[in-house]
Design a protein around this ligand. Structure first.
Ligand code: MLT
Length: 270
C-alpha cells in the first residue's frame, strides 16, 4: 500500500506490504524504494515491509536537513506513524536493512534509536567514513551533476555498479533500471554527495552493538570494494557475513534469489 506523510511541510512517500515482523528496507543513492521490488515479492508473506523513498528520491521531497542523521529522523517518523496504527511496534522488534547510502543512514539510526531494532544489515555498505580519495571523486561528481544534470550523471555512473558478468547477462534489466532513474533533481544528488562527504566514521556502532549485524558484500563492487567492506565485518559481536561472487554493488538485482534467502534467514531470527 502506498502512503504519504508530511514532515516539516515536505512530502515523504513510502510503501507498506505484508504482515509480520516490521522490516525497513532503505535504498541507496540514485535509487528509489523500487530497487527492492524483488525482495518485496519474496519477503512480504513473512514480514511487514516498510519501504520509503528517501527525501529527494522518487516521490519524496527534499527536506531541510539532508544529512544522514536528518534522513534517519525521517525513518523514525515513518516507524512512529506505522507503529501508532493497529498494532504498535514493541521496542527491539524492527529489522533495518540499508543499501549503500541507505546503510550509512541505518547506522545513524542505530546510533540514536538502537532500542527499537532487533537487528540491522549493511547491504553493500560500510561504517567507515569516506577516504580523501573518495571525497575527491564525489566532488568531481558534484561538478559533473551541476554541469550535465542528474540523469546524465546516473546514466554514466550506474552501469558501473554492476559486475562485468551482470553487464553481459542482463543488459536489458540494467538498461531498464538506468532509464527509470530519470526523475532526480541535481539538487538532491548533490546534497546526498555533500552529506556522504561529511558523514562520520561509525565503526564504534559496530563495535558496541549487541544486535546481530548482516553484511552483504559484492566481489565486483566498485563503490564498496570487497577488501574495504571486509575490514568492518569482525567488529560486531554477532555478524553474518556474505559475499556475492557474481555481484557488483547491486546484489538485490544481480543475485536476487540468494539475497532473498539471506534476508529471509537473517530477519527471521527473533
Ligand atoms: C550508493 O549506492 O548509495 C552509493 O554508491 C554510496 C556511495 O557512493 O558511497
Amino acid at each position: 500500500m502506498d502512503k504519504e506523510i508530511i514532515t516539516g511541510g515536505k512530502k515523504i512517500f513510502y510503501r507498506v506490504y505484508g504482515n509480520g515482523k516490521p522490516v525497513l528496507l532503505v535504498h541507496g543513492f540514485g535509487e528509489t524504494g523500487d530497487v527492492w521490488k524483488n525482495q518485496v515479492e519474496f519477503l512480504k508473506n513473512k514480514f511487514q515491509l516498510i519501504v520509503p523513498d528517501l527525501p529527494g528520491s522518487g516521490q519524496s521531497e527534499m527536506i531541510d536537513d539532508m544529512s544522514m542523521e536528518g534522513m534517519a529522523e525521517v525513518l523514525k517518523i515513518i516507524l512512529d506513524t506505522e507503529s501508532s496504527k493497529a498494532s504498535p511496534f514493541r521496542g527491539g522488534l524492527v529489522g533495518l536493512i540499508g543499501h549503500s547510502m541507505g546503510g550509512y543512514i541505518a547506522l545513524a539510526f542505530v546510533e540514536k534509536y538502537e532500542g527499537l531494532l532487533s537487528s540491522f544489515g549493511l547491504f553493500h555498505s560500510s561504517a567507515f567514513a569516506d577516504t580523501e580519495e573518495k571525497k575527491a571523486t564525489r566532488r568531481k561528481g558534484i561538478e559533473f551533476i551541476k554541469e550535465h544534470g542528474a540523469f546524465e550523471f546516473l546514466k554514466t555512473a550506474t552501469p558501473n555498479l554492476f559486475s562485468p558478468r551482470s553487464k553481459d547477462e542482463m543488459p536489458g534489466l540494467i538498461g531498464e533500471f538506468v532509464e527509470s532513474l530519470n526523475n532526480f533533481s541535481p539538487e538532491s544528488l548533490v546534497s546526498y554527495y555533500e552529506s556522504m562527504i561529511k558523514r562520520p566514521d561509525r565503526t564504534a556502532i559496530l563495535k558496541k552493538t549487541k544486535m546481530p549485524v548482516l553484511f552483504i558484500l559484492g566481489e565486483f563492487d566498485n563503490a564498496i570494494p570487497l577488501q574495504d567492506g571486509l575490514k568492518q565485518c569482525h567488529l560486531p559481536e554477532q555478524a553474518t557475513i556474505n559475499i556475492l561472487h557474481r555481484s557488483g554493488h547491486m546484489g538485490m538485482m544481480e543475485e536476487t534469489d540468494k539475497c532473498n534467502r539471506l534476508l529471509e534467514e537473517f530477519l527471521s531470527v527473533p
